[in-house]
Design a protein around this ligand. Structure first.
Ligand SMILES: *Cc1c(COP(=O)(O)O)cnc(C)c1O
Length: 395
């Protein structure tokens, strides 16, 4: 029997992480002590009160059955209360908020709920892979918006051809950004809303790094912008802020019609989030701000330490205002894959090649701040020992 996947799988570009994983496995077999700064996977446990809330919730027999499709009322209220507290945005917990099995799930399913084969979809390059892989699975005709360092990795709306904008159905975007760590000023969000209104485009904004912001910087929510909620939705996650990546809890908020379309698709696919996790997530969202400050201090300290270490090796990496990443240029003449693989082979330090995030990421590697400073110090020491400097060029 000939076994063939559907076309929707065959259109996906090769997964750059696969080759990296292979090399990582081989390095481990050889006994190399890997310092993995490649993933966006926070390195600590969930906060203690969240774990305690989950433990208690396990003992309630009512939590063991199928949960309501659209999440418990109290989790949805916790989400909208949190948006109100953080952004001054008021939302209807019944129609404008939906829990997700992680935001990756929601982002990808939103594409299936709203994109027909051949629809033009605008996605920046580089971008978080689900922002383009979801549309590709849905059969989208992708229009990549090339981002550059010169433009501070912001979308330049004036460069999107009128004919493309006329056809486009959805724009995905993400600030503070993975992988570039770029942040966008409020005026940028106003431009995005004006652009979407002019061309009748749905905005899908990913705000998953909103709490990992430093030096007093406060990220903007699309929903704070007048008109934002009429035209878009915003995705959020507990994975990063609360070290809950393995728990799979995220949510989407915003335009009720868009949210309800996603809900309709999901009622055919899943049964929503385990009630125990919903109770735990409510606890996370109601933690005092001192918890967030602790998280911010942790990542800010690592950021400063690593930027300092890189500068000693000849790299000048601008100070980031948010996220858990540094976006680092490769030495001249090396592709991002060649550079990342050579660093891995010589030092056991894992970085993600920028082209994993689309062609616009070529020439860069992403370094995650997911190790403590002694470990980051060890990474810098190994790079130095292996003679990996910015100005060296070549291998
Ligand atoms: C990590 C990340 C997410 C979170 O995904 P979950 O599925 O909620 O764990 C979403 N968006 C971006 C841009 C990310 O980097």
């Amino acid at each position: 029997m000939k076994i063939e996947t559907a076309d929707r799988l065959r259109v996906l570009p090769p997964y750059v992480f696969a080759r990296l994983d292979e090399l990582k496995a081989r390095a481990r077999e050889q006994g190399l002590d890997l310092i993995d700064l490649g993933m966006g996977n926070p390195d600590g446990p969930a906060p203690e009160p969240v774990i305690e809330a989950a433990k208690a919730a396990f003992h309630n027999p009512l939590n063991h059955g199928y949960p309501p499709f659209e999440g418990t009322g109290s989790f949805r209220r916790a989400i909208t209360d949190w948006y109100n507290r953080r952004y001054g945005v008021s939302l209807d917990p019944d129609r404008e908020a939906l829990p997700l099995l992680g935001s990756k799930e929601g982002l990808t399913h939103l594409a299936l709920a709203y994109i027909n084969p051949g629809d033009t979809i605008l996605v920046p390059s580089p971008a978080y892979p689900p922002h383009f892989r979801g549309p590709l699975i849905a059969g989208a005709d992708l229009y990549p918006i090339l981002l550059t360092a010169e433009q501070d990795w912001l979308i330049d709306f004036t460069k999107i051809p009128d004919a493309i904008a006329q056809k486009a159905k959805i724009l995905y975007f993400n600030y503070p950004s993975n992988p570039t760590a770029a942040t966008a000023p409020r005026e940028f969000f106003e431009e995005a809303v004006a652009f979407a209104q002019k061309y009748d485009i749905m905005l899908v904004h990913d705000l998953c790094y909103a709490e990992l912001a430093f030096d007093g910087y406060q990220p903007t929510s699309l929903l704070e912008i007048p008109g934002g909620k009429e035209i878009g939705v915003e995705f959020h996650t507990l994975s990063k802020t609360y070290n809950m990546a393995g728990w799979r809890v995220g949510f989407v908020v915003g335009n009720s019609q868009i949210v309800q379309g996603l809900r309709t698709l999901k009622t055919n696919l899943d049964y929503g989030l385990f009630a125990v996790l919903q109770t735990a997530a409510e606890t996370a969202l109601s933690l005092p701000d001192s918890y967030l400050q602790e998280v911010q201090t942790r990542y800010r300290t690592r950021r400063d330490f690593l930027i300092d270490g890189f500068s000693k090796l000849g790299w000048s990496v601008p100070k980031t205002r948010a996220t858990m990443y540094l976006w680092v240029p490769c030495p001249p003449g090396l592709t991002s894959t060649d550079f990342a693989l050579s660093v891995l082979e010589k030092t056991g330090v894992v970085m993600t090649p920028g082209n994993a995030f689309g062609a616009g990421g070529e020439g860069y590697v992403r370094v995650s701040l997911i190790a403590d400073t002694p470990r980051l110090g060890e990474a810098i020491a190994r790079l130095e020992q292996a003679g990996i400097h910015y100005h060296m060029g070549g291998g």
